[in-house]
Write a protein that binds this ligand. Structure first.
Ligand code: SPD
Length: 357
């Protein structure tokens, strides 16, 4: 009998030890359970105070990871291994993820704060009915520059960037669609062009911009421009807005040949382990005051109409960052061009980077 009790106790003890090791391993590898939530977002794209507040209010522990391009995010999600409960891709990648069956349909009854989103940002072609994605931030691609460092020069177009006076003055965003797109737009081609001849022409034109390029950078562009290390940055509008809030000499322009209008949305990837927690997090971020605080912190443009009344007027009324539909209607949204064409954009961008070395 004693032997039986001892064996029984040993089994219970071993089970407890195994359970706690599994739990710890799961946490360190970013696996979510009912009490944890893994969020995968762009760098510099949330007020971390809000994460703490969400944790306190819900008792859910957030594991927060960042990426710097849609392509990097997609590779990580496709590879599996790490389980993300919420991710924040842009429109063309959302289209791709839906087609590849990588997303979970959302339960709108768990997202009552969705009513706060401006209709203008709902039911967009990449996800009609918002079955899989909820607006987070939106913006344009453009040129932030310091006229004072350029002797008063005014920049209005992509083609202005090829001016010989701008030697070593330009910081380029580290994004394949953005840089190849800039080459295409400068030749008056579409940002979604897949004609190989046009793409080669764009790449050849970009190669001639090399003497004017100081560096190809990620989030550090803000520091470099604020510190006057360069006079010009090709950036997403929100980065420009953040830099400009610290230096009023700078200006931001959407080039006259055209540019990109983009939308970053929250999604729940298929591999999510905490689907209820993911809905709770998305709904929390949609709250008007939370969205206002987040927007003031990251400086990007919010699609949350109800948040606008809690934000400083000068921010909401700045047409450079809250352009009217008449302007945004003229811009192009990236389309999902398919695996082959997206790979071509990436290869051309890599070749362009190699050409600089
Ligand atoms: N530092 C945050 C950057 C987020 C930018 N997202 C823009 C995506 C455009 N395709």
């Amino acid at each position: 009998m004693k032997q039986l009790v001892r064996t029984f106790l040993t089994i219970i003890l071993v089970s407890i030890v195994l359970l706690s090791i599994t739990n710890r391993l799961n946490q360190s590898q970013g696996f979510s359970g009912s009490n944890t939530l893994t969020v995968y977002n762009w760098g510099d794209y949330i007020d971390t105070d809000l994460i703490n507040r969400f944790e306190k209010e819900t008792g859910i522990k957030v594991i927060y990871e960042t990426f710097d391009s849609n392509e990097a995010m997609m590779t990580k999600i496709e590879q599996g291994g790490t389980t993300y409960d919420v991710a924040v891709p842009s429109e063309y990648m959302i289209d791709k993820m839906i087609k590849e069956n990588l997303l979970i349909p959302l339960d709108h009854s768990k997202l009552p704060n969705l009513k706060n989103i401006d209709e203008r940002f709902l039911n967009l072609p990449f996800d009609p009915d918002n079955l899989y994605s909820i607006p987070y931030f939106w913006g344009t691609v453009g040129i932030v520059y310091n006229p004072e460092m350029l002797g008063g020069m005014e920049i209005t177009s992509w083609n202005d960037l090829w001016d010989r006076k701008l030697r070593n003055e330009i910081l380029l965003i580290d994004g394949a669609r953005e840089v190849i797109g800039m080459g295409l737009n400068s030749l008056h081609y579409s940002l979604n062009d897949t004609n190989p001849k046009h793409l080669q022409e764009a790449k050849a034109k970009l190669d001639t911009l090399t003497p004017n390029i100081k560096a190809i950078v990620g989030d550090e562009n803000k520091l470099l421009l604020a510190n006057r290390e360069a006079a010009i940055g090709i950036t997403w509008s929100g980065d420009a807005s953040e830099i400009m809030s610290e230096n009023e000499d700078l200006d931001y322009v959407v080039p006259s040949e055209g540019s990109n209008l983009w939308f970053d949305n929250m999604v729940i990837p298929k591999t999510a382990k905490n689907i209820d927690g993911a809905h709770a997090f998305i709904n929390f971020m949609l709250d008007a005051k939370v969205a206002a605080q987040n927007t003031e912190y990251v400086s990007y443009s919010t699609p949350n109409k109800a948040a606008l009344e809690f934000m400083p007027e000068e921010m909401v009324n700045d047409e450079r960052f809250y352009p009217a539909p008449e302007l945004t209607d003229k811009l192009e949204v990236y389309e999902n061009l398919g695996k082959r064409n997206l790979a071509t954009y990436n290869e051309l961008f890599l070749e362009f980077k190699m050409h600089r070395k």
